[in-house]
Write a protein that binds this ligand. Structure first.
Ligand code: WT7
Length: 683
């Protein structure tokens, strides 16, 4: 069974995802095909040896050498301010140059981005590297000259899945501006929190976009975001609004004079303007990516330019097996780290063609992804177990109707059930594709565990061994190492730093150290990286063959459809409803989404429970965070199960929600509540 105690912050009373993780049997191996192996980028069996700890950190020069540097670095890894690692110190580089300019000579006329509207009757846009170059330059000119932005400034993006999103990101990178893209599905309020935390003066958005066949009003969220940020004491100076259809407004919202500007209009002034890429220190931050943690406040993970890009490019090349001639489609959203590393930066650094799809995979029907694959000749496909489960349920026989062939497929974001894996392999991959199950996190920049697609057999449900240069260790609660094959789960950590690891939490270095490095730190103040294992916050078990199986979060983070949501975030959203006295969120298993939140609330004295109130609480979660956080159920309860010291026993609530044995409840202050809640849950 997985770990009992969670992160330092959580206590025994809290239930962890790992604790309720499904446990399945060890599976048999599947071999990659000779055809795949014959063309693979990584067939060198010495690679892991070359990246052994004996060769650390110099081994990572091999990754950095995939990039074009203005100036080579003097020191590969500086640990003098551990655990704030500095990679490739002294090096000068520009991410936009590496993803755009340097491909012009060979691939000028090749598609960089295929943009697919959710509306199937709209033609696909094929943006060549030359066009990408022109557009990135124009946007960079606008950001610099119209907005006065310069290296080190932060800009918040709240953009949907359109070609303009990578264009805007690369324009920021071109002038050293740190972008912070917020998932478009997040509410205006969630966007405001991220604007305030990063102190962005400029917000870039789009008027609208299609989702599920309906035009969404994204501009409305910008208005809410600015209003809410102002209420928090931060004024957004400019809102730049891309038009989904240039020349036409897709949102009915009025423009705020002096604040709102239509990108497509302003861009006309910068037609064909060229902006030289700024030579940035390797250590300069490239972007922030906010993610949920154990407290209510989302944290801005700060990623570097040189180290991050080197890691994204190398792992794309060797683990996604991307060659410049491939058509690569990662169906994630660029609003998450997967999209940053494996839709934008990795594939474009390699000069590949990357697909940006606007909408939901099952719109208008479950055959859509396979039609896209056939039409574009996609040969590498990357998605999450949630999407695979949804496609399997709604269209189990759809893939065979279409004439596409994947050589390689990825699954990422949550553990995948072996049964679902097999459908992915047999039906989606037509038994031809090599599959990698990649384990990593927002914080890690790129993959940590995965099989090498041409070298290692696949094992359904297991991520595989660690990547070259990544040296995991599984600790028990007392800091003892759990050896492979012991059949025991523990807390997975990484012994060493690597170039893709995030640099810090924006504005909160103490929390960075506390949350990721304190747990198993061997010596306070040490400047030796060996003393600072990275604490990932996942439960894991390593089998005899060295493959890691990730069991899920050990802190109070719920992984809903591969998106991290903090239980505290959802609870504080519920508490914005004035009638609510207490709120507790627990994860419940869901056939499609993996996990969904169940929300328990106790009302203030004298308040009557009602359906209307339940709906209002549910809506508050959507407004504060996003529809992805919407609770499966809102249970209005007379009281919460509590310890004698007054702590809510989430473990008991989770058991009730999942219809499982609640275990020993005799230590509760109010044990009688358990039966009452059970009866309620059965109704
Ligand atoms: C958490 C990180 C990695 C990009 C998308 C999510 C879980 C991630 C796997 C996998 C089992 C996985 C972990 C991790 N997770 N990949 N292959 N197998 N679990 O990024 O939002 O930062 O979430 O997702 O629990 O800690 P994220």
């Amino acid at each position: 069974m997985a770990t009992k105690k969670a992160s330092p912050a959580a206590s025994n009373d809290e239930v962890s995802e790992a604790e309720i993780a499904v446990h399945w049997q060890e599976e048999g191996y599947y071999q990659p095909s000779p055809k795949f192996i014959a063309q693979a980028n990584l067939t060198d069996t010495d690679m892991h040896k070359r990246f052994s700890l004996d060769n650390f950190p110099e081994c990572f020069k091999e990754y950095a050498d995939l990039l074009t540097w203005y100036k080579y670095w003097e020191k590969t890894l500086d640990t003098s301010n551990a655990p704030f690692w500095r990679w490739f110190v002294g090096g000068k580089i520009n991410a936009s140059y590496n993803c755009v300019d340097r491909h012009l000579e060979k691939h000028r006329n090749k598609t960089a981005i295929h943009f697919i509207s959710e509306l199937e009757n709209e033609p696909i846009q094929h943006i060549t590297y030359q066009e990408l170059y022109v557009r990135v330059n124009e946007v960079a000119a606008l950001l610099r000259n119209f907005c006065g932005l310069k290296a080190g400034d932060r800009v918040t993006l709240h953009m949907p899945m359109v070609a303009e999103l990578p264009i805007t990101m690369l324009a920021c990178a071109r002038i050293g501006v740190i972008h912070s893209q917020v998932f478009s599905g997040f509410s205006g309020k969630a966007c405001a929190d991220r604007i305030v935390d990063s102190a962005s003066d400029v917000l870039i958005t789009m008027d609208g976009y299609y989702r599920g066949g309906a035009m969404q009003d994204q501009k409305e969220k910008a208005d809410i975001a600015c209003e809410d940020a102002a209420a928090q004491g931060h004024k957004v100076k400019k809102v730049l609004i891309w038009q989904r259809y240039p020349g036409k407004n897709s949102s009915p919202r009025p423009m705020v004079k002096g604040r709102d500007f239509i990108m497509n209009e302003v861009l006309k002034d910068y037609r064909l303007t060229r902006i030289d890429p700024v030579e940035m220190p390797a250590e300069a931050p490239l972007f922030l990516m906010y993610t949920s943690g154990t407290t209510g406040k989302p944290k801005g993970c700060q990623h570097s330019t040189g180290g991050y890009l080197a890691y994204a490019a190398a792992t794309s090349k060797y683990f996604q097996d991307i060659h410049p001639e491939d058509v690569y489609w990662c169906m994630a959203d660029i609003g998450w780290i997967t999209g940053h590393s494996y839709i934008v930066y990795g594939p474009l650094a390699l000069g590949a063609s990357t697909v940006v799809y606007e909408g939901v995979p099952t719109y208008p029907d479950a055959g859509r992804p396979w039609r896209i694959a056939e039409e574009l000749g996609v040969n590498i496909f990357h998605t999450s177990p949630t999407a695979i489960r949804a496609l399997r349920r709604t269209g189990p026989d759809e893939p065979q109707k279409y004439n596409y062939h994947f050589k390689h497929m990825t699954t990422v974001g949550e553990p995948i059930e072996p049964e679902v894996w097999r459908w992915y392999h047999e039906v989606v991959g037509k038994r031809e594709a090599a599959i990698v199950d990649t384990w990593w996190q927002t914080e890690t920049g790129g993959f940590l565990c995965s099989t090498v697609p041409a070298l290692h057999p696949m094992k359904p449900g297991s991520a595989g061994p660690a990547l070259p240069g990544i040296h995991p260790v599984i600790y028990d609660e007392d800091g003892n190492e759990i050896p492979r094959g012991a059949g025991k789960a523990g807390n997975i950590c990484i012994r060493n730093p690597w170039p893709g690891i995030f640099q810090t939490i924006w504005g909160d270095p103490d929390r960075f150290v506390r949350q990721y490095y304190e747990r198993y730190n061997k010596k306070k103040g040490s400047t030796d990286w060996r003393d600072w294992p990275y604490f990932a916050g996942d439960g894991a078990v390593q089998s005899e063959d060295g493959y890691y199986r990730i069991l899920g979060r050990i802190d109070d983070v719920i992984n809903v459809a591969g998106h991290r949501l903090g239980t505290k975030e959802i609870e504080s959203a519920a508490l914005t409803v004035t009638e609510v006295a207490e709120a507790a969120v627990v994860p419940v298993a869901d056939e499609i989404k993996g996990r969904v939140p169940d929300l328990y609330v106790a009302l203030k004295p004298g308040v009557q429970a009602s359906r209307e109130l339940q709906e209002r609480i549910s809506q508050a979660v959507v407004t504060e965070i996003s529809p992805i956080a919407r609770p499966r159920k809102v249970w209005i309860v007379p009281d919460m199960p509590k310890t004698r010291s007054g702590k809510i026993m989430r473990r008991v609530l989770a058991a009730i929600s999942s219809n499982q044995d609640a275990g020993d409840v005799s230590t509760l202050a109010n044990p009688e509540i358990v039966d009452e809640l059970r009866k309620m849950a059965k109704m």
